[in-house]
Design a protein around this ligand. Structure first.
Ligand SMILES: Cc1cc2nc3c(=O)[nH]c(=O)nc-3n(C[C@H](O)[C@H](O)[C@H](O)COP(=O)(O)OP(=O)(O)OC[C@H]3O[C@@H](n4cnc5c(N)ncnc54)[C@H](O)[C@@H]3O)c2cc1C
Length: 293
C-alpha cells in the first residue's frame, strides 16, 4: 500500500520544526529515521496530514560527555552510537544493547529520538533508558522541560510528549565506580524484536555487597518496566547465585507480559527469570573486575 496524501516540510532548524508543530499539533508528525513511521504510513496505520522532516537539522545529532552525564542529541543515529568510542566508555549498557536492535541497515537510519518517541514496549532502548535512569529533554515553543524516563513512557506507542513538543536530547547519568552492566534478550532470530529482554546495572562495594541495582525489561508489559522489588531484594546483600535466582523469581511477579504469537505470557515470565539471573551474574562480575561492560 501507499501512504495517504500528506503535506511535507523540511525543517532547517529546531525553531522551524517547533513552529510547524505548534501550527499543526496532533495532525503533524516529525520524520526522523522513518523506520517506524514510514511502514506505519504505508500500511495506513498512521495517517498524519503533515510530515515535519527533521533530518536537515544537523545540530540535533551529537554526543557530549561531562564527568557526570552523557548528552545525546535526538537525531543521533544508532549505528553511530554503536561505534562511538565515548559511548562505549561512558554508557556501556547502550553499547551492549544496540546490536540487538533491528539490523545494521535499519540502525543506519534509526535515531535515538525517533526510537524513544515511538515508545514500542518491545523496544530495547526504552528499557535501557529506565535502567540508566535517563532524562528526556523536550521542547515546544512554550519552553523546555525535562522528563524522567520512568514518566516518559506512558503506554504502548504513547509518551508524555505534548502534541506541540519535540524530544531534543537524552541525558544519561554516568555510572559510579564498581558498577557493572549487562543486556540480555531472547529473540527468535537476530534482529527480531525480543520475546523478553533485560537491562541490568549493579553497583557493589569492596565487601561484595550490593549498593545499587536496577533491572528494566522490554516486552514485559505495555511500557518498559522496572522490577523494583527484585532490585531492592539485592541491596545490602552479598550477591550470591541464590540471591540472583530469587531476584529473578521476584522480577517474574513484577512484570506484566502480554504474550504474542511467538511467546505466551508464562513463557515470557520464564524468560525474565532466567535472563535476570544471568544478566545479574554478568553485571556483578564486571562490577568486581572494575569494568563497566
Ligand atoms: C524490520 C525492522 C525491524 C526492527 N526491529 C527493531 C528492534 O528489534 N528493536 C527496536 O527497538 N526497534 C526496531 N525497529 C524499529 C526501529 O528501531 C525504528 O527506527 C525506531 O523505532 C524509530 O526510529 P526512527 O528514527 O526511524 O523514527 P521515525 O520512524 O522517523 O519516527 C517514529 C515516531 O517518533 C516520532 N519522532 C521522531 N523523532 C522525534 C522527536 N525528536 N521528537 C518527537 N517525536 C519524534 C515520529 O513522529 C514518529 O511518530 C525495527 C524496524 C524495522 C523496519
Amino acid at each position: 500500500m501507499k501512504p495517504a496524501p500528506f503535506k511535507y516540510f523540511a525543517a532547517e532548524s529546531i525553531d522551524a520544526a517547533l513552529q510547524l508543530k505548534a501550527e499543526y499539533g496532533e495532525d503533524a508528525k516529525f520524520l526522523a529515521g522513518g523506520q517506524s513511521l514510514m511502514p506505519a504510513m504505508a500500511f495506513r496505520l498512521a495517517l498524519p496530514e503533515v510530515l515535519i522532516d527533521i533530518n536537515p537539522i544537523a545540530a540535533l545529532a551529537y554526543v557530549t560527555t561531562t564527568v557526570t552525564t552523557t548528552r545525546i542529541g535526538a537525531l543521533t543515529r544508532y549505528r553511530s552510537l554503536e561505534r562511538h568510542a565515548e559511548i562505549a566508555r561512558s554508557q556501556p549498557l547502550m553499547t551492549a544493547a544496540l546490536p540487538h536492535i533491528a539490523h545494521v541497515q535499519i540502525r543506519n537510519r534509526t535515531t535515538i529520538g525517533g526510537n524513544l518517541a515511538h515508545a514500542d514496549p518491545a523496544s530495547e532502548m526504552p528499557a535501557v533508558m529506565l535502567a540508566l535512569d535517563a532524562r528526556m529533554q523536550v521542547r515546544s515553543q512554550a519552553g523546555q522541560r525535562v522528563v524522567a524516563a520512568q514518566a516518559f513512557f506512558a503506554g504502548t506507542l504513547s509518551t508524555a510528549l505534548l502534541p506541540t513538543e519535540m524530544l531534543i536530547e537524552v541525558e544519561v547519568p554516568i555510572a559510579s565506580a564498581r558498577t557493572g552492566v549487562a543486556f540480555l534478550e531472547l529473540a527468535r532470530r537476530p534482529g527480531d524484536f525480543a520475546m523478553m529482554g533485560v537491562a541490568v546495572t549493579v553497583q557493589i562495594d569492596e565487601d561484595d555487597r550490593c549498593i545499587a541495582a536496577r533491572m528494566a525489561y522490554c516486552n514485559a508489559g505495555d511500557v518498559p518496566l522496572l522490577a523494583i522489588k527484585a532490585a531492592q531484594s539485592l541491596i545490602g546483600e552479598r550477591v550470591s547465585d541464590a540471591r540472583m535466582r530469587d531476584a529473578g523469581v521476584l522480577a517474574q511477579t513484577e512484570i506484566r507480559p502480554l504474550g504474542n504469537v511467538h511467546a505466551t505470557p508464562a513463557y515470557q515470565r520464564h524468560l525474565a527469570g532466567v535472563l535476570t539471573r544471568r544478566a545479574l551474574a554478568i553485571a556483578c562480575e564486571r562490577a568486581r573486575a572494575g569494568e563497566h561492560a
